[in-house]
Ligand binder design. Structure first.
Ligand code: 26Q
Length: 861
């Protein structure tokens, strides 16, 4: 009977419409007469989801039946963005050729899934793009690390890996940014305001999680390593919410499981009986605060108890789930690491290491060493930063109160680790203190989570070559000595070309598939196919088509900017074709040096004004400083004073420059509020030039650099993070590098500290003008903290050391862009031709081969 009534996928435009209407009428309980864009979005999503659900169930069945090694990606952040368009694109199921001319309206005709649904929705009276626009971003992340996790789950599904993501279902994702009087103002992200068609609540999967309480040694007697009981003092439930993760051109649909906190059904009867009903209920409700909000810090750690609670809640629930699934296989514990690989996305999930040890020793009664062997073979750790302020440390007082048993286990782990180190390096007296997981700090000892993650893992990787080298020679140097160099490895980051090329830039994707004769978009799975573009790099007709695509995307961004600016154009539309779009969008951070960018803009502006006042004509000015718009976007952590001041400075400079008629629209400054994934999809394809200008050695990898290159934008950048490998892949003629190298950073910083270094004349001029109040007449000292940082506080980010080479390189950019458009287009085409390495598919394959030892589970064809 089950077979007779089997649910069916829609496969044609007609069948889609039937589903759509049934969802409008039944699921949404609406009629066609009050079906607005939002309802159309919901009905479309429900319909597409129905197709996914069928494959999702099959995938889980298949992976269970095959019983091969599974991968779990633990990340506190998944910056997914929108799901609908991605799901539709990934629905392309086969590799058949697209019919040119006549579009076959079925899902099996290759490239047409998107067009098919677009047409079907059009016939129902809706505009496809408007419908897609209704979806709020799933913004459960801060920036690079969270978006990386999102690209990874996409690639893991696409590569048919049996892999799940585990994270938290925050009620509020990263805050929405408003700009009021030039200042960032944070407002809550109400992403769950309307029903979310992309999640399934698994209300039957509820894991009890304990906090606080005490350790009861009754069962262990005096022996230290024996199992003990942890009697928790507070208990909440973790409820699973699942999101389907479809692969591209495969029926594999993986799972992203996000945990949500809710009160237990147990009731505090002592309070209740004492008549304190209200208080008792209120305390229970507080459980929900654990998953209420994402911490909005990027690359900065703050030792807050609620954050630690989030981490444990999530690690304990995920591990419980993983162990439960393993136990169903009835295999011996020794096979756990053969069946399971767990990847730690930074140190945020390091408690999972401790929790697994606790489960094995205290609950499953394994011998300590046997358990520890299983643990270390299971986990691997990815580091994303070398910056001290981002390294997680927990004061043992706070930690021990919340997780008393885990603190004991950490001390034991540390004891065995140090003992082994001592045996091996008897002569090195300082070593033990340097590598101890417990830092002897005042006022209190702290747990160094990165060291715990290293000790608890069999592999540690950085995210770009330079970064992986740096961690081996700086923060983890001693551990290389202890474990040997093979424990430390590199996996250079990547991005998914489905979202960042096909979805964000349909025009370029179309031009590529036409040009390399790949109508079924197989290049999105094998990016080496893009090298076939190289032979058109100097072809005039092709260059002109390439340029038309860029022009289209620049207009699309100009439309967005106009909309955000209350319907008023900032960019001169008639001149867009010869306006250089210079873009820096990413989290605002001193190390990313948006301040250097805006100082450079000010310098350009002052130079233009000087030319004019010393008698040059506007044509002469335009010759030297051709048309350009500087576009910024990004959020500051709410408590990060300097970053917020940088935002204000950018907006204030924009206010002055944008209304200066004397320079005749030759220069504009735009700050796009509320930069997020869906805005990135519009912004990135529109760039001629993007800025990746971090102080050398500070940006672990960067991933937007890859996104810009994949969309035909050129880069101005420092020799930092993945810029190094981008240069190697696309060729040094095709990137504008400048600035000091990471090996000189320490010395330069030392000089600033101990000798009075002289500012370059150019930068001095800029800082003086800022201090004069030119951009803040009502408060001339408004930006003092920014100018003082360079002048008097050691210029930690080396703006003064890189400024002149930055300005000179910008002038070189102008000359190539405006004097030799063919050369520019050639660089752009060659960049895309050679960007293939940066597909996250390559990256996931490297993790699978060198760290997880996991194989794909292919759907039967
Ligand atoms: C830690 C403790 C408490 C609260 C917050 C945090 C926290 C949150 C987010 C610490 C760090 C982050 C995010 C870090 C991050 O995004 N790093 C970036 O990772 C990218 C992917 O590997 C790299 O490309 C970037 O270079 C790196 O900055």
């Amino acid at each position: 009977i089950w077979n007779k009534h089997r649910v069916k996928k829609f496969n044609t435009g007609d069948e889609f419409q039937e589903k759509f209407i049934s969802h409008v009428e039944w699921t949404l309980a609406r009629s066609l007469y009050n079906c607005d864009d939002l309802a159309a979005y919901q009905a479309t999503s429900e319909s597409v989801r129905d197709n996914l659900v069928i494959d999702w169930n099959k995938t889980q069945q298949r992976q269970t039946a095959r019983d091969s090694k599974r991968v779990y990606y633990l990340s506190l952040e998944f910056l997914m963005g929108r799901a609908l368009d991605n799901a539709i694109i990934n629905m392309q199921t086969d590799t058949s050729e697209k019919d040119v001319g006549e579009t076959k309206e079925t899902l099996t005709s290759g490239n047409t899934s998107r067009e098919m649904i677009k047409n079907a929705i059009g016939q129902l009276g809706f505009n496809f793009e408007d419908v897609l626009e209704q979806e709020p971003d799933a913004a459960l992340g801060n920036g690079g690390l969270g978006r990386l996790a999102a690209c990874f789950v996409d690639s893991m599904a696409t590569g048919d890996y049996p892999a799940w993501g585990y994270g938290l279902r925050y009620q509020y994702g990263i805050f929405a940014q408003k700009i009021i009087n030039g200042y960032q103002v944070e407002t809550p992200d109400y992403w769950l305001n309307f029903a979310n068609p992309w999640e399934v609540e698994r209300s039957e999967i509820q894991v009890p999680i304990n906090f606080y309480g005490y350790v009861d040694r009754a069962q262990s007697g005096s022996s230290t390593l024996a199992p003990v009981d942890w009697i928790g003092g507070e208990r909440v439930l973790a409820v699973a919410y699942d999101m389907p993760i479809p692969g591209f051109k495969t029926s594999t649909v993986n799972n992203l499981r996000l945990w949500s906190a809710k009160p237990t059904t147990e009731f505090d009867f002592s309070k209740f009986n004492s008549g304190d009903y209200k208080n008792s209920v209120e305390q229970q409700q507080r459980a929900e605060s654990i998953t209420a909000v994402l911490y909005p810090n990027d690359n900065f750690e703050q030792g807050k108890e609620l954050r630690l609670k989030q981490q444990y809640f999530w690690c304990a629930a995920s591990l419980h789930d993983i162990v439960r699934r393993f136990k169903k296989s009835r295999r011996p514990w020794s096979e756990f690491p053969d069946q399971i690989a767990i990847q730690l996305n930074d140190t945020h999930p390091t408690l999972a290491v401790v929790e697994l040890q606790r489960v094995l020793v205290d609950l499953e009664k394994l011998d300590w060493h046997e358990a520890w062997d299983i643990v270390t073979k299971t986990f691997a750790y990815t580091n994303h930063t070398v910056m001290q302020e981002a390294l997680e440390k927990w004061p043992i007082g706070l930690f021990g109160r919340l997780l008393p048993r885990h603190l004991e286990i950490i001390f034991d782990i540390n004891w065995f680790f140090l003992k082994a180190v001592e045996e091996k390096f008897q002569h090195d007296v300082d070593l033990l203190g340097r590598v101890s997981i417990i830092e002897e700090a005042s006022p209190e000892r702290q747990i160094r989570m990165a060291f715990l993650a290293i000790v608890g893992s069999h592999k540690v990787n950085g995210v770009a070559e330079l970064h992986s080298d740096l961690i081996k020679t700086t923060i983890f140097q001693d551990f290389v000595k202890i474990y040997g160099p093979n424990k430390f490895t590199n996996v250079t980051n990547g991005i998914t070309p489905r979202r960042w090329l096909k979805q964000a830039n349909p025009k370029l994707a179309q031009l590529i598939s036409d040009t390399i004769d790949d109508r079924a978009d197989n290049y999105l799975l094998d990016m080496s196919k893009l090298t076939a573009l190289a032979k058109f790099a100097e072809d005039e007709t092709f260059q002109s088509k390439w340029n038309d695509v860029k022009q289209f995307n620049k207009l699309r961004l100009a439309d967005l900017i106009k909309k955000l600016n209350g319907g008023v154009d900032i960019i001169e539309r008639d001149h867009i074709r010869n306006t250089l779009f210079d873009i820096q969008v990413k989290r605002i951070h001193e190390y990313k040096r948006q301040q250097m960018n805006i100082f450079g803009v000010i310098y350009r502006y002052l130079s233009m004004k000087e030319m004019l006042s010393s008698g040059s004509s506007i044509e002469e000015v335009a010759e030297k400083y051709p048309r350009k718009v500087s576009i910024f976007g990004g959020k500051s952590a709410p408590g990060y004073y300097m970053a917020k001041l940088i935002i204000k400075l950018i907006n204030s400079v924009g206010d002055v420059i944008n209304k200066d008629d004397e320079i005749k629209d030759l220069l504009k400054v735009v700050f796009i509020p509320d930069y997020n994934v869906s805005k990135a999809e519009i912004i990135i394809p529109a760039s001629d030039l993007s800025e990746h200008i971090s102080t050398a050695g500070t940006e672990a990898s960067g991933t937007s650099n890859m996104k810009f290159v994949m969309n035909g934008g050129l880069i101005i950048g420092t020799v930092d993070g993945a810029n190094v490998e981008i240069t190697r892949e696309i060729g040094e003629d095709n990137i504008f590098l400048f600035g000091n190298l990471s090996e000189n950073v320490d010395e330069l910083r030392f000089n600033h500290q101990y000798h009075s270094t002289k500012l370059p004349e150019s930068l001095n001029k800029v800082l003086n003008v800022i201090e004069s109040g030119a951009f803040s007449p009502e408060n001339p000292s408004e930006f003092k903290a920014l100018t003082d940082s360079v002048k008097y506080h050691g210029d930690y980010y080396l703006v003064s050391d890189d400024f002149d080479s930055y300005v000179a390189t910008q002038e070189l950019v102008d000359q190539v862009y405006h004097k030799d458009k063919a050369a520019w287009l050639k660089k752009s085409i060659l960049s895309v031709a050679n960007v293939g390495f940066f597909s996250s598919d390559r990256c996931i394959e490297e993790y699978a081969d060198t760290i997880w030892n996991a194989e794909p589970v292919k759907p039967e064809t």
